[in-house]
Design a protein around this ligand. Sequence first.
Ligand code: ZN
Length: 500
Amino acid sequence: MEQKLATLKARLAEIADLHATGALLGWDQETYMPDGGAAERAEQLATIYKIAHEKFTADEIGELLEAVQPLAEQLDDDADDAALLRVARRDYDKARKLPTDLVVALSRATSHGVESWKKARAANDFAAFQPHLEKIVDLTIQKAEVLGYEEHIYNALLDDYEPDMKISQINPIFRQVKDATVPLVAAINAQPPIDASFLHRRFDPKTQWDFGVAVVKDFGYDFTRGRQDKSAHPFTTSFGVGDVRITTRILENYLPSALFSTMHEAGHGMYEQGIAPSLARTPLRDGASLGIHESQSRMWENVVGRSMGFWQHYYPTLQKSFSAQLGDVSLETFYRAINKVTPSLIRVEADEVTYNLHIFVRFELEQALVTGELKVADLPEAWNEKYRAYLGVTPDSDTNGVMQDIHWSSGLIGYFPTYSLGNILSMQFFNKMVAENPAIPAEIARGEFGTVLGWLRENIHRHGRKYTPAELVERVTGGGIDAQPYIKYITDKYTEIYGS
Ligand code: ZN
C-alpha cells in the first residue's frame, strides 16, 4: 500500500507541475507577452490544462485512491497524507462527474463570452452580449445539475470556490452586513463629503512603485521567493512555495490605486509563500478557499493598510517622497481621504463600507439566474433596481452597470460572495490575533509586522488546502463565520471618521 501511495503522489506531483506551468504561461500572458502571442498562447494553455485534466481523471488515479483508502482511515485527520487523500478524492470525484462535451461547451461559450463582453461593454450594447450570457447561464445550470447539490442549485457552483459551504450559511450573515451597511451609508451621505482631490495630483510612477515595494517588504513579502511586475489588472500567481508573484498597476493621477493594490496582492502572496514546503507539488499547495485568500489580502490592505496606526508610521515617509503633492496635507486629512466613502456605480472603485453592497447585488442576481427566477433579458433592469435600493445610485449605462465585471462572461458564477466572506473573515482573524497578542496595534504603528505575519503563518498559511474553510475558521476562532466583528469594525471606524 505504501508503494501505491508513492505512485499516487508521483502522479499528483506531475499534475501539479502541469498546473504550475500553465500558471507561468498565464502570468507571462498578462505581463510581458507581446499582443501577437495571444492566439498561440490560448492554444498552449488549452493543451497544458487538457493534459492535466486527462491525467487527473484517468482510471488509474481512481484505482490508486481506492487502493490507499484503508491507509487514509488509519492516519490522523491532521496528517498531511490524510488531508492529501481527502482533497484528491474530492477533486477527483468532482472532475469525473463532468462529461467532456460539457467541459468543452463551457470553455467555448466562455471564450466567446469574454470576447463578446469586451465589445458589448465598449459599445454599451447589452443586447449583443445577451445570447452569450444566456448560453453560459444555461451550461452553468447543466453543470450544477451534473455535479449535484443539497438545498439549492447555487451550492453546486459555490462549492468550486468555497468547498462545502452552503448559501443557507451565507445568506443570514450577508443579511446582517447589509442591514448594518445601508443605514450607515445613508448616515455618511448626510455628512459633508470628504475632500480627497489631492489624491488626484500627479504622483511619479517610479516613486509610487518604490514606496509600495518598501511597504510590502516590511510586511514580510519575500522577494527572494517572489517578484512584482506590472499588469492591466493586479493579480497574484504562484508556481510553488518558492516562486509566488504579484503584479500592480500604477495610475499617475491617483495615488491609492497602486498603493493599496500592492498591499492587497502582497497579502495574497504572503499566504502562498507561507504554505508548508511539505505540501509542495501536491493539490494542497493552495489556499483553503477564495474567501480565506481574500481575508488575507483585505486584512493587509484595509485593516492594516488603511488604519491610523499604520499611517502614523508611514505618512512622514510618504510625505517626504511626495513633498510637492502632500507637503500641505496633514496626516488626519490624508487618513480621511483614503477612507472616503462614496456610493458609486463601480465595484472595483468602491470603498470599504460600500464594497459589500456591490457584492450582494451580484450574489442575489446570480442566484435568481440559476434558479430561473430571473431571465437574462431582464437582468439590466434588475441590476439597476438593486443599485437604487442598496446604494442610492442609478447606472447611467449597462457599461457602468451590469456589464462592468468580467466574471459572468468567463463563467465565474458563484464567485462573488467570496469577496465579502473575505472581508468578514479578515476581522474575525484579526480580532483573534490581537486578543492573543495585544501589542499588535502598537507594533503596526511602529511599522513592525512580524507578530502579525507569524500568527497568520502558524494559524492559517502553513495549512494550505488541508482544511475546508469552515474547518479552518473553527480551528482558528473556535466558532463559525460571524459577521458581528466586521460590522462593529466598519461601524466604529466610519462613525469616528464621519463624526456621525
Ligand atoms: Zn484579492
